[in-house]
Design a protein around this ligand. Sequence first.
Ligand code: NAD
Ligand code: GLY
Length: 360
Amino acid sequence: MRTLTVALGDRAYPIHIGQDLLGQPELILPHLKTRRVAIVSNDVVAPLYLERLQSGLEAHGVAVTPVVLPDGEANKNWQTLNQVFDSLLGTRCERSTTLIALGGGVVGDMGGFAAASYQRGMPFIQVPTTLLAQVDSSVGGKTAINHPLGKNMIGAFYQPRLVLADTSTLNTLPPRELAAGVAEVIKYGLIRDPEFLLWLEANIERLMARDPEALAFAIERSCRNKAEVVAIDETEQGERALLNLGHTFGHAIETGMGYGQWLHGEAVAAGTMMAAELSRRLGWLGPSDVARIEALFQRVGLPVTGPVLGVERYLELMAHDKKVEAGRLRLVLLRKPGQAVLWGDASAADITAAIEARCA
Ligand code: NAD
Ligand code: GLY
């Protein structure tokens, strides 16, 4: 097992990464406030992993309330969130009960938002089971649900007390979901870790083949990058925005297509290509840089063009982005592969051209 720390002073917490961690309740026990937990999961992940986690905790005298939600991005909304509150209230969970989110980013984001708001805040633990959640969404305390007008528009910053990333759970992940997670892994190389980008170019097929050593390395390196950024800028006043490379375009794709049609990581890959194209138009990237990024996504089977929504629709959806300030769109772009920048001065003509160049 490898352990990293998210250095947030008296709210610092560990990220444990390793195989078969679900069967080690002793890793969780020190982080519980009382011997009572609610495990929030979904109807895909619960049949695979709930029993393992639940029985281990119960063997140590922990009372467990399971809360099983309908799967999918399309259910990351108020109605499903309310099901969590119904269960917590119906089973008299207390403010000191710990909410454990067992699942991918959807369960983690919704579970985290429920924990942030139930009785004004209950302890929270992330047990991510997708690659995307293990490298990104479980770390850093962003929690949210979607709104029909925009992705992740309603939420809170609320840090977990522990992230337990059991890499054995990735063995049951469908290949398309694995690829979507790799999109966020590539993101770290592109925005701030050029050495990792080189490693990914040499090892990407090992990741897709689920080579345990390669996966463990990539998860640790990704979490290290994320933990560093979150420790510097927890609530996204500056540096943390760089973690959103490709996301302004990508969220427009997810919302525009209908939640769940494009996976988050797929939308981020196509959105990153739009950001790369815009960076080329600004003279920062050369054509060979753009081709290099495209080639890496293609080796994973990720899309490198977005759907044809119409530029007007893209711009309308992008106007809801959380980085919009005083009505001005700010985009994460690339000065070079391995160095991102938050940029509010791209012209409407260049943004439009970049979207058009990358729609198929
Ligand atoms: P997801 O949670 O929908 O999981 C993908 C699919 O895999 C689902 O059907 C899920 O039930 C299933 N699944 C999960 N674990 C499995 C396993 N071990 N074996 C088999 N199937 C499994 O999607 P995701 O890609 O994990 O997360 C995407 C979400 O995360 C988006 O809503 C996105 O907005 C959010 N996100 C949040 C942050 C953040 O910082 N909070 C960062 C990135 C993404
Ligand atoms: N995934 C973006 C962030 O955590 O800030």
